[in-house]
Design a protein. Structure first.
Length: 97
């Protein structure tokens, strides 16, 4: 894949494979090939569409990676590092109260 930068120069970039599992769903995992600068928030939204779920006033969904919540503003490159893939889990969060 190629990307055009701000100066108009075209440069090649590698796509990163993402996989999002959601254990309570009967659907298979969400899979995509995304540019490294894609945010985890974008991946979370696409995965939520795939699994047919959405945030509500009663609960929200977060992506986790290696057991840690991943903020929506992280890029896939930040999560994957030098790897060509990143695996996430979609988790439903109920507020404490």
């Amino acid at each position: 894949m190629t990307i055009r930068n701000e100066a108009g120069t075209i440069r090649p970039t590698r796509l990163i494979s993402v996989l999002v599992s959601f254990p309570v769903s009967k659907k298979g995992p969400y899979r995509a090939q995304v540019p490294p600068d894609t945010t985890t928030g974008m991946v979370r939204q696409d995965a939520m569409e795939h699994f047919e779920v959405s945030d509500t006033s009663e609960y929200t969904y977060v992506l986790t990676h290696d057991g840690q919540d991943v903020p929506d503003d992280r890029t896939i490159r930040q999560v994957a590092g030098e790897k060509d893939s990143a695996e996430f889990r979609l988790v439903k969060i109920l507020p404490q109260g």
